[in-house]
Design a protein around this ligand. Sequence first.
Ligand SMILES: Nc1ncnc2c1ncn2[C@@H]1O[C@H](COP(=O)(O)OP(=O)(O)O)[C@@H](O)[C@H]1O
Ligand SMILES: [Mg+2]
Length: 492
Amino acid sequence: MSEGDQQRQLHGQGIPGLQNESAGAVGASYGSSGINGSNGINGSSGINGPSPASVDISKIVSESDGSVSGISKNLFDQAVLGNPYFAAGGGLMFLGGALALMKSSITRGAGFAYRQMIVDLEISSKDRSYNWFLAWMSQFEGRMSRHLAVETNYAQRKNGSVETDFSLVPGPGNHLLKYKGAYMFVKRERSGKLLDMHSGSPFETVTLTTLYRDRNLFKEILNESKRLALKASEGKTVIYTPWNKDWLPFGQPRSKRLIDSVVLDKGIKEQILEDVKSFLKNGKWYHERGIPYRRGYLLYGPPGSGKTSFIQALAGELDYDICLLNLSEANLTDDRLNYIINHIPARSILLLEDIDAAFNQRAATSEQGYTSKVTFSGLLNALDGVTSAEEIMTFMTTNHPEKLDPALLRPGRVDFKVLIDNASEYQVQQLFMRFYPGEIEKCNEFMKKYRALHLETPISTAALQGLFVYNKHNPDGAVKMIEVLTDPNHSF
Ligand SMILES: Nc1ncnc2c1ncn2[C@@H]1O[C@H](COP(=O)(O)OP(=O)(O)O)[C@@H](O)[C@H]1O
Ligand SMILES: [Mg+2]
């Protein structure tokens, strides 16, 4: 007996009744419908042996309405549903298939619904609103997670003193918040291995997810974060420095310097302020005449006379920020200079300090490890090329106006020049009264002694300030110590 026979035998033995019955039925029906009974399906064939598939064609035809579909329906009912084998194994298979199909369509359907009903907003740490959002979220009361991370702002001043400030922001991970009745998932995560060259920290993203119908809340949140951030810098002046192709805030915003705290010679402050204000009022005049809406100011004079302080105070007075650019900075090329000058943040003053140093080879020695790559013509091109719908105010300072190329001093580049000199008698008096309010008699005494010093060159306002700061609340001390002003190298 072959292996096939053996199997057939076992098969047959297992369900003998079925086998015989169906074999006869198939044989009869095939015969009557004109299909040869000896074909492979036939129960009497050698291959299939006693087949379980009992289909009574004549019955199907007589029970159906005669149409093809009716016949095939009945055929299906009989062959599949009426058949215990199909009902057992095939049915299960069918069910399994159907379930799998259902499952995959549910998954696909859910994905589709997710895409239709859910919206994401991704904020990258490269974007300015990133920190605004984190700060907003750390203060927001509808935040449901208490997982915070500390962020330390660290700024080192020129004199070496260090200022630190801690802020608690939502830590990396998932957060849930409820804003105006809508739930939002917030996911803060690192993106890749890229490092932010400025802060040295990895790039991150914050993703907000909410229902599609609440998508307009994203904008509200961003606006609220921005308002909060601007409020934090209200009354402050932000100093931007260039980083690659961007201007980034340098340290924390500083308190505005009051314009009254800078004492310049009679009428100078008023003269500059008047010019600046009239420039800012006349945007339409410039636009109508097709003249680039910009104005250049040059403040020149000895060091410590208050040039930088005045520009800071002016920015505070106008509620402007300052974009500080050092022309002798390493890596600054003509191209980059041109780009960043044309991309300064709105409401900012462009400040080019010690402008002569940029063209003074001595100042950019290779011992310091760098040489400036900005050329003089590069600077002129950048200044001439500045175009913006907004106003551009450029302030330049120098201690050596004689070193400047006259080409720089042409109108359009420098429109307003003013000498900020060492302290005049008027300034000495004003500064004394600012430090010791109401001490008119002491001031007269101080002025008398001051004139008696017969200084060859007037003292700088910075040195004068040093004397008064040393003698805080003590005008007598300042009067007594006045001789130190004869020694320009005196340090307190
Ligand atoms: N005219 C002034 N009025 C008030 N403070 C002054 C004045 N000039 C200088 N100072 C003080 O001296 C220091 C140096 O001034 P700064 O503005 O940097 O001088 P400059 O830029 O002309 O070299 C600052 O602390 C500033 O407060
Ligand atoms: Mg200065």
